[in-house]
Design a protein around this ligand. Structure first.
Ligand SMILES: [Zn+2]
Length: 211
């Protein structure tokens, strides 16, 4: 009967183990649906609409469950399914952050309405950062945990767009991408939102062109 006990031992038995297994499942699902490789929370969030410079931008936040999944794997789990109006708020915030980022990147005028929207979202209270095994996790102790989670993103956007972090805001050169990133390289030589996706794609196409 020893094989039987071995099987049992391999199953997650404690709540913590079950939670860890569920979190790993969520991360795998999120990695399949989203692009999670941008280093900065607010810019990573803007990449939930991808291929922005292409003819058909791709909406990855297609329903409230996906919004919850994205928030959860980025350390700001609201603990419940967002409503449809909350999804609309989340997308409005995302697009305001993106437009502001493009304006900063290309020295264009900033829309006061976008700035007001981000500032208002940032005023949501009830989010407390905690150090976790995998970085920062936010404890959301508000009545509206979705607004609190969006507030975390909005405050990160303000830190990035307001110049609190050293670097230059730019848009990706990848074909169809135009994703935002913060170039912290010496001499501002970075061209891609992420080396593992757009940078890699470019490297491969250059190699094909040479072959
Ligand atoms: Zn890119």
């Amino acid at each position: 009967m020893s094989w039987f006990f071995e099987e049992v031992e391999r199953m997650p038995t404690t709540t913590a183990a079950r939670e860890a297994a569920a979190a790993a499942d969520s991360r795998a699902e999120a990695a399949r649906i989203f692009r999670l490789d941008n280093e900065h929370l607010a810019f990573r969030y803007t990449a939930t609409l991808s291929d922005r410079a292409g003819t058909e931008p791709f909406e990855r936040l297609s329903d409230p469950d996906r919004l919850r999944l994205w928030l959860a794997v980025n350390g700001i789990d609201p603990g419940r399914r967002p409503t449809r109006p909350q999804l609309a708020d989340a997308i409005a915030l995302r697009e305001a952050v993106y437009r502001l980022g493009v304006a900063v990147a290309h020295a264009l005028p900033v829309a006061a309405r976008d700035r007001a929207l981000v500032n208002e979202a940032a005023a949501a209270t009830g989010a407390v950062p905690e150090l976790a095994d995998d970085g920062i996790r936010w404890r959301l102790a508000s009545l509206d945990t979705v607004a609190a989670a969006l507030g975390v993103i909005a405050r990160d956007a303000i830190a990035l767009l307001g110049g609190e972090r050293p670097g230059r805001i730019a848009t990706c050169d990848g074909p169809d991408c135009a994703g935002l990133y913060l170039d912290a390289s010496r001499g501002s030589t970075r061209r891609w939102c992420s080396m593992s996706t757009c940078g890699n794609r470019n490297k491969k196409s250059r190699m094909r062109a040479r072959a």
